[in-house]
Design a protein around this ligand. Structure first.
Ligand code: SAH
Length: 349
């Protein structure tokens, strides 16, 4: 059987070439692109200003990716919505809508499962299944926008998976999400979080985009980081920081360092000192995340006092620090937990 073309993953230039090959005028590509990425059509049949014959041809030759909402949990505390989406092959992914004063932020997954193996993370517990296509990444934003009927102002690639382990698809996704012919979300409103895959950071830097790079640091020494994050065995801390410096030099965008605080692991005064030393020459922002305990993992969250004192210590030394607000605490806590629960319960087939 001939593979069908994944039409919703095509950037406008690719789509134009494809449509021309089918014997249509190039402007049809623009129309089609608008249906897929602006009007967020649920099927090819909805695209009524394209001729019936053309639509039939597309249906025969192409796959039109639409995610199915399998579950949603709504927080009674802050309106956070956690979505579980089913992909065409039955795999499940998780996305989150967070409502802030400045607008709606969506957190998306970049892979089904993850192979990075961070010791405190739930996403990795069921292993890695496959990469998400650009359409499947976009689909999470599109479904949520349609579900709440509101504009999405920010997108963070911080859900399940390692985006720089899927960077070709990630780049298409970024170009399409920020395209003026699509939802046209500004590059500055997009954040990509990585565990520190050095060649991937450098490739992303070379694109000279205006997106924010968030690095999952979580420890201030190579030794400690290696214990928490297996990827650190492959890329030494100094190498990762050099790649971050390169990212800043290429884009002028300040790096965000994420630091998940675990009680007795990386939250002492000495840890804060080490972090200050490590980042002394960086124009950066540190996002402290009180660790979200995962049942299968032994880590406990640092107490309120410990988090505050860690923050104060950094701030006294002129570093810009925020504590990540724990959104939707009353619904399945940490990233990957909603999917995990479903896989272990009634969703297992
Ligand atoms: N793979 C990417 C993005 C996904 S995770 C990365 O590693 O950055 C998004 C952030 O949540 C990362 O900083 C990750 O380390 C952190 N995280 C994962 N599990 C967590 C947990 N249980 N508690 C707090 N933060 C967690």
């Amino acid at each position: 059987m001939v593979e069908k073309t994944d039409i919703r993953s095509m950037e406008l230039s690719e789509l134009t070439a494809f449509v021309t090959e089918l014997g249509e005028k190039p402007f049809r590509a623009r129309q089609l692109y608008a249906w897929m990425h602006q009007k967020l059509a649920g099927s090819i049949d909805e695209m009524t200003d394209l001729s019936l014959a053309f639509r039939e041809q597309l249906k025969q030759k192409c796959n039109y990716t639409v995610l199915k909402q399998a579950d949603v949990q709504v927080s009674g505390q802050d309106g956070t919505r956690k979505y579980l989406f089913a992909l065409e092959d039955g795999n499940l992914i998780e996305s989150v809508l967070m409502r802030y004063q400045f607008g709606n932020s969506v957190c998306i997954s970049s892979q089904v499962g993850c192979r990075m193996g961070c010791k405190f993370c739930a996403s990795t517990l069921h292993g890695f299944v496959r990469n998400l296509s650009p359409a499947e990444m976009l689909g999470q934003v599109y479904q949520i926008a349609a579900d709440v009927g509101e504009r999405i102002s920010n997108v963070v690639v911080m859900g399940i998976g390692e985006p720089l382990d899927n960077d070709a698809n990630l780049l298409s996704f970024i170009r399409m999400l920020t395209d003026e012919n699509g939802l046209h979300i500004s590059q500055r409103s997009l954040t990509v979080s990585t565990c520190g895959i050095v060649p991937g950071i450098r490739r992303l830097a070379a694109e000279k985009l205006q997106i924010t790079l968030a690095l999952s640091l979580h420890a201030a020494s190579q030794e400690k980081r290696k214990e928490l994050m297996p990827i650190a065995k492959q890329y030494e801390l100094q190498e990762v920081l050099d790649a971050c410096r390169y990212y800043f030099s290429m884009t002028g965008r300040r790096i965000t360092f994420e630091y998940a605080l675990a009680a007795g692991v990386n939250d002492s005064d000495a840890d804060a000192e080490a972090l200050l030393d490590l980042l002394s020459d960086f124009n950066c922002h540190i996002n402290l995340i009180p660790i979200n305990p995962v049942k299968e993992r032994e880590f406990m969250s640092s107490g309120r006092m410990a988090v505050q004192s860690f923050k104060n210590k950094l701030e006294k030394n002129g570093i810009n620090v925020t504590i990540r607000r724990e959104m939707g605490r009353d619904i399945d806590g940490a990233c990957g937990q909603l999917r995990k629960r479903h896989m272990e319960g009634r969703w297992v087939t």
